[in-house]
Design a protein around this ligand. Structure first.
Ligand SMILES: Nc1ncnc2c1ncn2[C@@H]1O[C@H](COP(=O)(O)OP(=O)(O)O)[C@@H](O)[C@H]1O
Ligand SMILES: [Mg+2]
Length: 279
């Protein structure tokens, strides 16, 4: 068997899709993607259906479950970057397009009431470290995982979002901080992809919050929230590594060193970033 194999269900060729290696068993079949069904799949599909009804089309269309019991979504054409981020993604135009995309997502998500029996996804083994409140009183259901492997580019710019597995009620500000973490990125320069190491983080944050249209309050609260978020990422990564082999490998391959350095970096550079985005 080669890396292309026959899809047993409908006879069409299926092509394995490997992203960040978190979810095994994802395949493309024609214009669709098949993913394992998880406890939160129906909730995510309801959210995606709402987004499309509300006019936000930069996300997969949910198509239910196939005969093999797999989640079915439309395949989103384009290029998905991986870490380390390519130099071509280092322009401020990328940050601006992503901020505008997330702003449009929020416009569509605003006011959606999740089903009463909604089930939300999470990172394995991390429930115990989620005791510290980080995100604040929820305003809407957001994507919450803007890592490179979850953003589809077309013509060099972010054009669509995929992988809504971590969607749940949150704040607009948490969404902004999450996207900034991955795309500024909010990391010590030695832990960034080469083309990003020398960039001015405060300037990049400023470009993003301008393009999003952040309020004065969001600007004032961003750095404290990002600091709490990075601290929680560190605690979660440690907890997930203790309970899941995929997260253990990521921890050992660098997360263990990167997260404490990110915490030290935001503590050091946070005041300059806050100064740049507040009057
Ligand atoms: N609907 C989709 N359209 C296009 N590509 C997709 C789609 N879903 C997944 N992929 C590809 O498969 C990769 C892994 O899928 P993803 O849903 O992000 O799973 P994981 O939980 O492993 O991150 C993505 O990074 C992307 O390259
Ligand atoms: Mg993903």
């Amino acid at each position: 068997m080669t890396d292309r194999f026959r899809d047993e269900h409908d006879g069409r060729p299926a092509e394995p899709l490997v992203g960040d290696g978190v979810t095994p068993g994802i395949v493309r079949v024609g214009d669709t993607v098949r993913r394992p069904v998880r406890p939160f799949t129906a909730t995510v599909q309801a959210y995606l259906a709402h987004l499309h009804r509300a006019g936000f089309t930069a996300a997969p269309v949910p198509l239910g479950v196939d005969g093999q019991g797999r989640e079915v979504l439309t395949y989103v054409p384009g290029d998905v970057p991986r870490e380390p981020l390519p130099a071509a993604a280092a322009g401020e135009d990328v940050l601006v397009a992503l901020a505008q995309l997330i702003r449009r997502l929020h416009g569509a998500a605003d006011g959606w009431v999740p089903p009463a029996d909604a089930v939300w996804g999470g990172i394995p083994g991390t429930a115990a470290v989620d005791d510290v409140p980080v995100e604040g009183e929820p305003e809407l259901v957001g994507h919450r995982d803007y890592c490179p492997g979850n953003v589809v580019f077309r013509e060099g710019l972010p054009a669509s979002l995929i992988d809504f597995d971590l969607a749940r009620p949150t704040t607009r500000l948490y969404e902004i901080a999450n996207a900034l973490y991955w795309w500024v990125p909010l990391l010590d320069p030695r832990d960034r992809a080469p083309a990003f190491a020398g960039l001015d983080a405060a300037r990049r944050v400023s470009a993003f919050v301008d393009a999003y249209g952040a309020t004065g309050r969001q600007r004032a609260e961003l750095v404290p929230l990002a600091t709490r978020m990075i601290h929680r990422f560190h605690r979660r990564a440690r907890a997930a590594a203790a309970s899941d082999p995929v997260f253990r490998r990521m921890w050992e391959e660098g997360v263990r060193d990167r997260m404490p350095r990110a915490e030290a970096w935001i503590a050091r550079e946070g005041p300059a970033i806050a100064g740049r985005i507040t009057p």
